[in-house]
Design a protein around this ligand. Structure first.
Ligand code: NDP
Length: 253
């Protein structure tokens, strides 16, 4: 898809090493945005930056773990040095580690909360001043959060993951009350089942099998479907806020 109004924007995409983040970075770069690629896997980011640059885009690999405040500070400094202030921030990095709550997996709970919620907050802290500056100068400014349909559903074994996504959706709604009146558009995207690497980190074979069965039965979205929605929402005129977008595979009723 072509979104000419994205040309000249300066984007930061977290979780750009794979899945929706990678697809979003590709689409933004193809439409003329400068894109900072944030995630932990250096090699993946370097390869993607090289590919996007070879195709005529502008991309910067910024390896960072969003659970590490010093690393986020350094990443923000690297983005600012290379590109100046950002005007389109996509908070997409996330992990999904389901298990019965009775297993008491504090390690997984901590990782999900630190990545999906506190990680997103660290990025908000790092780039909100940029967004406010862009908006005050009359430019379009976007803060997009990739939450999940899980924010609205209850599903056994996914209690903590869903709680992080419900919190992210609520955080996004609250931020809208602070930033919207200052012309920063805040958008929450809530996808359903999507074909990415998200399910690769489960350590419970029964839940891996359950997820696989769901994937086969439903037929997931592609990461590109979600990227297209992000590009569509952020390419609207600046007074139009598609504020909360649920996107599911048609068969995920
Ligand atoms: P992927 O696993 O493919 O992508 C997740 C991305 O997050 C990776 O690029 C990963 O890169 C990055 N990441 C994970 N932990 C960290 C960290 N600590 N610091 C920085 N980056 C990190 O899955 P998706 O594309 O599916 O996930 C994107 C978002 O979409 C997530 O927030 C997920 O919860 C959400 N979502 C996914 C759905 C699905 O069905 N797939 C449905 C609804 C929502 P690296 O490992 O290199 O750091």
């Amino acid at each position: 898809m072509s979104y000419p109004t994205l040309s000249g924007r300066t984007a930061v995409v977290t979780g750009a090493a794979s899945g929706m983040g990678e697809a979003t970075a590709r689409l933004l770069a193809a439409n003329g945005a400068r894109v900072a690629l944030l995630a932990r896997r250096k090699d993946r980011l370097a390869e993607l930056a090289e590919e996007l640059t070879a195709a005529g885009g502008v991309a910067l690999a910024v390896p960072v773990d969003v659970t590490d405040q010093a690393a986020v500070d350094a990443a923000a400094a690297a983005v600012h040095q290379a590109f100046g202030p950002a005007d389109l921030v996509v908070n997409n990095a996330g992990v999904m580690l389901p298990n019965p709550v009775t297993d008491g997996r504090l390690d997984e709970w901590t990782r999900m909360i630190d990545t999906n919620l506190t990680g997103a907050l660290r990025i908000v802290r790092a780039f909100t001043a940029d967004l406010l500056e862009a908006a005050a100068a009359g430019r379009t400014a976007d803060l997009v959060s990739i939450s999940s349909i899980g924010a609205h559903l209850t599903f056994p074994n996914y209690a903590v993951y869903s709680a992080t996504k419900a919190a992210l959706t609520h955080l996004s709604a609250s931020l809208r009350t602070e930033l919207g009146p200052r012309d920063v558009r805040v958008t929450t995207v809530e996808p359903g089942l999507t074909d990415t690497e998200l399910g690769d980190h489960l350590d419970n074979p029964a839940l891996t099998e359950q997820l696989q069965t769901m994937v086969e039965a439903i037929g997931p979205l592609a990461a590109e479907d979600v990227a297209d929605l992000v590009a569509y929402a952020t390419s609207r005129p600046r007074h139009v806020n598609l504020r909360q977008l649920i996107v599911l595979p048609t068969r995920q009723a």
